[in-house]
Design a protein around this ligand. Structure first.
Ligand code: NAD
Ligand code: MG
Length: 384
């Protein structure tokens, strides 16, 4: 039996790599749903190649183009944001790969959980914003949430067979991004072209900027808190520029397990899609005898304040991570459009966290309200 996969965000960096994994394993997977925000041409190409049951193009102005291009096929075409939710509730697929970027991925992922679908989770913002509600719903519905984020995939793999053993801490590794070792006098002048040049990974624009500002690692601390039910004190971030150790778990006896490999997102993607099985691939292998060494250092949270702000949000909990995330999405948007500088992003996140009312135990509706309030305030700071 083939696993039927719904790829939400199929035209992105994760989505396209997931389709490569599917193409390499036609006996194991078939594509049931593909969704894209605005890249109609790529969505059509993907639909013609993978023959899904349905596609969604969120940008309604492109609906007719997609519909016309697929008129000679059996693919059902949907348009608009609401359609994401509708198709997420379909009972024709087994697993959703949640690969939409940002808060926009939350609703459809919740709908998939609600309708009992396994989740391969790339969209970390879903857990940052409403991790308590999402994970509780997953437990209620007995839905597995398999992380795609490489660090969390590593931790997930280290924890297999350890269900009865207490975790002392998890050690999240960070590459440090393109600006490792740089100070504010340098960062004040960097532009998006620099921030988008990640040394080890090729990713979508938003997460590339997040990696450069260390917000990505901050979001990942919060993601880890929910995925593995950790206390904030159990999460340590360490810079490891080679990105060979994808993360580690330290147990009560001091023993540390690590998951390693060359950095390639296809690996955690195929692991999540195929779980609980490992499937062969031809990706290059890491060779210890050619290694120039593995290095580790403390993150510079004074310069990269985003990591400290995310740590604060993690500790304060409630709607604070949601506020942090919303402010960051706006800040990254502003930076990518050359409206603000690199360091302004951290300023915007901090000011928004100070401004928006704190709620200790928000409902889902209150998360949506906090997100909107934080976005509006952050946008007012950069006049967009
Ligand atoms: P991307 O920008 O390359 O792709 C995003 C996808 O989401 C596209 O298909 C786009 O059409 C869709 N999309 C964007 N905005 C949308 C909206 N408002 N509504 C509906 N669809 C929308 O992003 P990516 O790098 O593939 O990242 C996707 C998610 O995976 C992010 O949450 C990111 O943090 C996470 N992630 C990515 C990587 C990576 O290597 N790229 C690694 C770990 C985690
Ligand atoms: Mg990651």
């Amino acid at each position: 039996m083939k696993k039927r996969i719904a790829i939400f965000g199929s035209t992105g960096s994760i989505g396209t790599q997931a389709l490569d994994v599917v193409a390499a394993n036609p006996d194991k997977f078939e594509v049931e749903i593909l969704t894209a925000r605005s890249n109609d041409k790529l969505l059509v190409q993907q639909a013609k190649k993978f023959h899904p049951n349905a596609v969604v193009i969120v940008d309604e102005s492109r609906y007719t183009a997609v519909k016309d291009a697929l008129s000679s096929t059996h693919v059902k075409v949907f348009g608009g944001e609401k359609a994401l939710d509708e198709v997420a509730a379909f009972d024709t697929y087994d697993m959703m790969l949640a690969a939409i970027v940002g808060f926009a991925g939350l609703k459809s992922t919740l709908t998939a959980i609600e309708s009992g679908k396994a989740i391969a989770l790339a969209n970390k913002e879903t857990l940052v914003v409403a991790g308590d509600i999402v994970m509780q719903k997953a437990v209620e519905k007995r839905v597995p949430v398999i992380p795609v984020d490489s660090e969390h995939s590593a931790i997930f793999q280290c924890l297999l067979g350890e269900t009865r053993n207490k975790i002392e801490k998890v050690i999240l590794t960070a590459s440090g991004g393109p600006f490792l070792g740089k100070k504010p006098n340098f960062l004040v002048n960097v532009k998006k072209e620099h921030a988008l040049q990640h040394p080890n990974w090729s990713m979508g624009a938003k997460i590339s900027v997040d990696s450069a500002s260390l917000m990505n690692k901050g979001l990942e601390m919060i993601e880890a808190r929910w995925l593995f039910n950790l206390q904030p004190e159990q999460i340590q971030v360490i810079v490891h520029p080679e990105s060979i150790i994808h993360s580690m778990v330290q147990f009560e006896d001091g023993s540390i397990k690590a998951q390693m490999g060359l950095p390639d997102m296809k690996l955690p993607i195929q692991y999540a899609l195929a779980f609980p099985h490992r499937i062969p691939n031809t990706l290059p292998r890491y060779d210890f005898t050619r290694s120039a060494g593995l290095h580790f250092e403390q993150p510079d949270i004074k310069t990269f304040r985003n990591l400290a702000l995310a740590g604060e949000a993690l500790h304060r909990a409630g709607n604070m991570p949601c506020i942090l995330n919303a402010a960051n999405e706006i800040a990254v948007y502003g930076f990518l459009r050359n409206r603000i500088g690199f360091l302004d992003m951290m300023e915007i996140v901090e000011r928004t966290m100070d401004k928006i009312s704190f709620i200790q135990h928000p409902s889902l509706e209150e998360y949506f309200e906090s997100d909107a309030a934080a976005r509006n305030f952050a946008a007012s700071l950069i006049h967009i």
